[in-house]
Design a protein around this ligand. Structure first.
Ligand code: GLU
Length: 310
């Protein structure tokens, strides 16, 4: 483990770099409710042992979106052996957008290639329904609240907006039903409702820094609670490194050099083995679905503080 020393000055510098890029990128508009967010919000949060540093709009709530896929997969790892899980969802990086139908169609046996694209996360939610039944969303919310070290809620408006515009996700789930990846008894509406609610969980960079800390501290939270095993934390970091920023993961590894998971809500949570937490937010996205300013702020911090691990 290396000791990385963050300070407010360097975070303010990174924030200023991010602000120079406000106006670039676009907020997600395929989910109508996400179009309403203010594109000029921007924030960075860091946790180092008992030191918190927050700059910018750190209290601003936004939907967690794809970042929840890390937590969904952690619940799957808790309940299924890896070899069983791999019959439903792979661990390969993706070369196509996160909701690509063609990638699912062309993948071996139409198994989603990783759990961090939509098809993969939907399969994981279906598997979790097999364990938790109608308490699945409660289990997800509980696990997310442990990871983020706070009581979380979800936005009904965003979940309903996702549901009303879920054409791509419906295509993916029906394709997986037709190929037998999902059992014919799958309750499609129940699985999709849970998935939309999970993506609509509201968070802040302050909360996400706790998730980052936990992943970077072998699965233990800041107050010492074990949230996932060391092995699970390692698997999650590995998947974040290879699949966490969609089909931009290779570029992200070069630019920032850290495992990370982004979401179309504009958050990015990082991971390392250096026992600090780091999360950023700004809702305008690049063409891959990653926060445009967020990537640039992380790139600056990584360069300045030598955060990169590759
Ligand atoms: N709820 C979003 C969707 O299903 C998640 C996408 C993302 O953040 O990558 O499209």
């Amino acid at each position: 483990m290396r000791k990385i020393i963050f300070n407010e000055k360097v975070l303010e510098e990174a924030l200023a770099i991010g602000k120079e890029h406000l106006g670039e990128g676009n907020v997600a508009d395929y989910i109508p409710e996400l179009k309403k967010v203010d594109p000029n919000k921007i924030a960075i949060s860091v946790i180092e042992d008992d030191k918190y540093i927050n700059v910018g709009d750190c209290e601003q709530k936004f939907s967690i979106q794809s970042i929840i896929k890390v937590i969904l997969y952690s619940l799957a790892l808790e309940n299924y052996r890896m070899d069983v899980l791999k019959q439903y969802v792979g661990v390969k990086p993706s070369a196509k957008p996160f909701n690509s139908v063609i990638e699912l169609e062309l993948s071996e046996k139409s198994i989603p290639i990783n759990p961090f694209i939509n098809a993969g996360a939907i399969v994981v939610v279906a598997l979790l329904h097999g364990i938790y039944g109608d308490k699945t969303f409660d289990a997800i919310l509980k696990k997310a609240s442990e990871f983020l070290a706070t009581d979380l809620t979800y936005s009904k408006e965003i979940a309903e907006s996702e549901k009303a515009s879920s054409f791509a996700n419906r295509t993916l789930i029906y394709l997986m039903l037709s190929r037998g990846i999902l059992s014919k008894n799958t309750n499609v509406e129940e699985v999709l409702d849970t998935y939309f609610k999970a993506c609509s969980i509201l968070t802040t960079t302050k909360d996400l820094a706790h998730m980052s800390y936990c992943l970077s501290n072998g699965g233990k939270s800041l107050n010492g609670n074990r949230i996932v095993t060391e092995k699970e934390a390692r698997i999650l970091r590995a998947l974040m490194a290879t699949c966490g920023t969609y089909d931009y993961s290779g570029d992200f590894a070069i630019r920032v050099g850290l495992p990370a998971k982004s979401g179309v809500g504009g958050g990015i949570v990082t991971a390392s083995e250096d026992k600090y937490g780091l999360a950023v937010y700004s809702p305008a996205l690049d063409s891959h679905g990653n926060s445009y300013c967020g990537v640039r702020m992380l790139e600056y911090l990584s360069e300045k503080l030598k955060l990169f691990i590759y």
